[in-house]
Design a binder for this molecule. Structure first.
Ligand SMILES: [Fe+2]
Ligand SMILES: [Fe+2]
Length: 341
């Protein structure tokens, strides 16, 4: 990937800094700046120079195979916003639920809109992309649902977190019904989601070479903590994932699926939920670890209410600031003034 952002000197504390913007209902994460010494993150090379960079996140488009559907326009606007970001992101990550019912035509439409991005795209699936044909069309279009790469000293890894145990064969449920069950926010027969054994093994091998001080960013569709399992706002084997990642000083996790501003920290893992380009989900009736992070929704009947822009600045320790800019300028002070991560 290319980067024409000029190098600049930053302090050691600032060696890794992220600015994340969720443009027009999309999360646009702008990652800045690993130190040259961290290019080989397992080495203890002296760190002196920083090359800032940006990356963007867009999530949960939920496109229908209906011409000129309103969600098409919002995704296209998010793509435009990302293309117009200054400085430009080096790459974009889409965090799942590109389609609504998993139909090939929905995914093809999404791919067409996302192809307007001027920078490389990385993508993972959501449950809406997968359960009509068990990911056949998605894999055919986008390849492996888990992947990793290093970029300017930061290690990025992504997994497919929406895998459930087979609930359909014994009940003789056909593919459309299976997809229908998985589309439900509260499916009573689907069971919990997870990344499962094969991807856990993959992750363990993937991060084996990295030293404890390596900056690691993880992408999944569902959150890597038990937010609200009843709506599958969780990943069943997140404890195993957190255990594999526990050797690192700090890990940053971005996820989709919840369609809302969401922040949590467990041990060394900081998690941020991405807004969607479709609709905002309500907050479940649970006490959040950080209740002041809830978005203010004045008109839940308005599908645009609750969409907006995230701006996240993270420093080397994955602390920083999160600011949320909704389309409706009606914010509780805690959000309006920013949140310390
Ligand atoms: Fe979604
Ligand atoms: Fe989802």
């Amino acid at each position: 990937m290319t980067n024409d952002i000029p190098e600049k000197q930053l302090s050691r504390r600032d060696f890794l800094s992220f600015t994340a913007k969720l443009g027009a209902a999309s999360l646009v994460a702008t990652a800045v700046s690993p130190v040259v010494g961290l290019v080989n993150v397992a080495q203890a090379a002296p760190a002196s120079k920083v090359t800032p960079f940006n990356f963007a996140i867009i999530s949960d488009a939920h496109l229908y195979d209906i011409p000129n559907h309103k969600f098409d326009a919002i995704l296209a606007k998010a793509v435009d916003d990302v293309n117009n970001m200054q400085p430009a992101p080096d790459f974009v990550v889409f965090l799942g639920d590109l389609g609504q019912t998993g139909a090939r035509a929905e995914l093809e439409k999404g791919k067409r809109i996302l192809s307007k991005l001027k920078m490389p795209l990385r993508i993972i699936p959501g449950e809406h992309d997968w359960y009509l044909d068990m990911g056949a069309a998605w894999r055919n279009m986008f390849g492996s649902p888990h992947w990793s790469f290093d970029h300017k000293g930061v290690h990025f890894a992504a997994m497919n977190s929406i895998l459930v145990k087979d609930f359909w064969t014994v009940k003789d449920i056909h593919p459309e019904q299976r997809m229908g069950y998985m589309e439900e926010l509260e499916c009573t027969i689907c069971g919990l989601w997870g990344v499962r054994e094969e991807q856990l093994d993959w992750l363990e091998k993937d991060v084996k070479k990295l030293g404890a001080n390596a900056p690691v960013v993880v992408f999944t569709h569902s959150p890597l903590w038990d937010y609200y399992p009843r709506w599958n706002f969780q990943t069943e084997d997140a404890p195993q994932i957190r255990s594999i990642l526990s050797k690192f000083d700090k890990v940053m996790s971005f996820h989709g699926h919840v369609h809302q501003v969401l922040y949590n920290r467990i041990g060394n893992l900081t998690s941020l939920g991405a807004l969607s380009t479709s609709w905002p989900w309500p907050y479940p009736p649970v006490q959040l670890p950080f209740p002041e992070d809830r978005m203010n929704r004045v008109d839940p009947a308005n599908f645009l209410d609750g969409l907006g822009t995230h701006v996240v600045d993270l420093n080397a320790e994955f602390g920083g600031d999160l600011k949320y800019k909704p389309w409706a300028d009606l914010l509780p002070p805690a959000i309006k003034n920013g949140i310390k991560l």
